[in-house]
Design a protein around this ligand. Structure first.
Ligand SMILES: [Zn+2]
Length: 280
């Protein structure tokens, strides 16, 4: 894990790239930021998390880093040890994790257990959509009390690097690390209700568009050429036939613009998430 610090003092702000090694946009955006030799008003950490997986161009080496937080320093699995190191680095920080996907080209934000500082962070990212992953957040960075993630665009694309960089700058402006005003686009919020898993050995094709409503009764995918039909309406999130070994994607409900959501009930930024609600 690479940890770069800009500014003087103990950082309370972090940006984390390459949690998944086959999603290089975060590491590239961090390099671009460091090469710009930025003048900062507050210190910040820039972390390239999974260097071994990044070198190999694979999602992970032993296990998925974004499913095994808070990790275990004694584990024989590389990512479980790395997760524990990452926890030590981001403890007490407001943090932005940078990801990319094969399912969608435009950037969007992922959150869980929305609290005041997460809401502040996602309200000022250059994104059109925010996805609430609370029901499946177990072991993921978004479960942490100060962490929000972005999906910056298509995996491996130059556009994903540009989007990641723009989100990094906006996030650091919101956190008062960089001068200037971040955008305030009032993104739409989608709340994940359940994952849709694949059956092994079968070929899936997604026939809809992510973030676009699938009405009840409409075909949204095919499996070995047979139709998969929605039993009730939903909005697909991170859905693609070939993005993930066992997961087709997620069903969500559309909650409306972020500004219309009620203020978080548990605004305490240091509050721990409930321990037993995650199902994934
Ligand atoms: Zn990822």
């Amino acid at each position: 894990m690479q940890v770069h610090t800009v500014g003087d003092g103990a950082p309370e702000v972090a940006v984390v790239g390459a949690v998944h090694g086959d999603e290089p946009c975060g590491a590239r955006a961090i390099e671009r930021f460091l090469e710009s030799e930025p003048d900062v008003d507050r210190p910040a950490k820039l972390i390239v998390a999974n260097e071994h997986a990044l070198e190999r161009g694979v999602r992970y080496v032993d296990t998925d880093l974004n499913r095994c937080l808070p990790g275990d320093p004694e584990s024989d699995q590389y990512e479980e040890r790395l997760a524990a190191e990452l926890m030590d680095e981001v403890r007490g920080c407001v943090a932005l994790g940078i990801h990319s996907t094969v399912s969608y080209d435009r950037p969007f934000a992922n959150v869980a257990y929305l609290n005041e500082r997460k809401r502040e962070a996602v309200a000022h990212l250059p994104v059109e959509s925010v996805v609430d992953f609370t029901v499946v957040a177990d072991g993921r960075s978004v479960e942490l009390p100060g962490f929000v993630d972005i999906e910056a665009g298509h995996q491996g694309s130059a556009a994903a690097v540009d989007n990641a960089y723009d989100c990094l700058v906006a996030f650091l402006q919101t956190a008062d690390v960089l001068p200037g005003d971040p955008p305030a686009p009032d993104p739409d919020v989608y709340e994940v209700t359940e994952p849709i898993y694949k059956e092994p050995g079968r070929t899936y094709r997604f026939r809809g568009e992510n973030f676009e409503r699938v009405p009840a009764g409409e075909r949204f995918a095919t499996v070995d050429g047979e139709d998969l039909v929605a039993d009730e309406e939903f909005w697909p999130v991170l859905m693609s036939g070939d993005g993930h070994d066992v997961l087709l994607g997620y069903r969500s409900t559309h909650r409306g613009p972020l500004s219309t959501l009620p203020e978080p009930e548990h605004g305490d930024a240091t509050a721990d998430p409930p321990a037993d609600e995650a199902t994934d």
